[in-house]
Design a protein around this ligand. Structure first.
Ligand SMILES: Nc1ccn([C@@H]2O[C@H](COP(=O)(O)O)[C@@H](O)[C@H]2O)c(=O)n1
Length: 289
């Protein structure tokens, strides 16, 4: 049906079920669909030429807006908490307070740097941020078929927006839930706005933003893309869900986490740096033959 599903990077616990969902969503048509995607390491690449690509937070951390002392502290935090984030031997309950601790400490450090809003464009331009191969086809297809795309990210919204703006794909059908910076009257970072979004509270974030899902209440079919088990709750605000197809990128600690990803996601993409599978599925679902 979709040749890309036979690639060696693609794993499915129940291929027949995947086929059924895809067919049901195609039959219902693009006007019933919405796409919900995580950002860091889902729409962006995990690695390029053997080197890790930056998350939204890393883009700031690696920039000249941050002092060396602050960069060292942020790196220590990353080295402490990232292994916990991807540790499959710990439960979500155990990880959750530690993730809050990580995000809170990192945001406090960023605020102390009084980052300037007017320099964000330059910082992103000079960064190694990279959207996955095939990203333009992904964003453009959704725009062409008027399918809403919600990017739901525990990263930094201002940075995320800049990445997709500079890539020329911040189309009107794109909506973003993320951690946004609050700047003072001189354009210097003074806080982060609203409730913190970290990787394990996306369900709460979804329920807080019920207005968005209310607007899309006629769209009962969801394509969800994520790279963490926390991303599975991003669609919890969707009204009367009929079908959901969950695609999960398994980027890191592949052998340890494969089983849990196969149990949680319909399609698991192992160390696949492209949007090819999502693009092929979307092309199939939106074509008239
Ligand atoms: N100080 C931090 C905190 C988090 N991260 C990474 O950001 C990712 C969250 O963004 P999503 O778009 O994936 O929701 C998460 O995977 C953390 O590893 C970071 O780099 N620095």
């Amino acid at each position: 049906m979709i040749p890309e599903l036979s690639r060696p990077s693609v794993y499915m616990r129940d291929p027949r079920r995947v086929e059924e969902i895809i067919k049901a969503m195609k039959q219902a048509g693009p006007s019933t669909m919405q796409v919900i995607s995580d950002f860091d390491m889902t729409l962006t690449r995990f690695a390029y030429n053997g080197k890790r690509c930056p998350t939204c937070h890393n883009i700031l951390e690696n920039s000249k807006l941050i002092s060396q002392e602050c960069r060292d502290k942020l790196e220590d935090l990353l080295n402490t908490y990232y292994p916990i984030e991807i540790d499959s031997s710990r439960s979500v309950e155990e990880k959750l307070p530690l993730m809050v601790e990580w995000w809170t400490k990192a945001h406090d450090l960023l605020v102390q740097q009084k980052i300037r809003k007017d320099l964000l464009t330059l910082v992103v331009r000079e960064s190694d941020a990279m959207l996955r191969e095939g990203y333009r086809v992904f964003f453009d297809q959704l725009q062409e078929h008027s399918i809403p795309l919600l990017i739901f990210s525990a990263g930094v919204g201002d940075v995320l927006e800049e990445v997709i703006r500079q890539a020329g794909v911040f189309h009107p059908n794109v909506k973003i839930f993320s951690n946004y910076m609050d700047f003072d009257e001189n354009g210097a970072l003074r806080a982060f706005k609203g409730q913190l979004i970290h990787i394990y509270n996306k369900r709460e974030g979804a329920l807080l933003n019920s207005g968005h899902f209310q607007e899309l209440k006629a769209r009962h079919n969801v394509l969800l893309l994520g790279d963490s088990l926390g991303d599975l709750t991003m669609a919890d605000g969707v009204y009367s869900m009929e079908n959901i197809l969950k695609i999960g990128y398994l980027n890191d600690k592949v052998q340890e986490r494969k089983e849990s990803y196969l149990n949680a996601y319909d399609i698991v993409l192992q160390q696949d740096e492209t949007m090819d599978v999502a693009n092929a599925i979307l092309l199939y679902m939106t074509s008239s033959h």
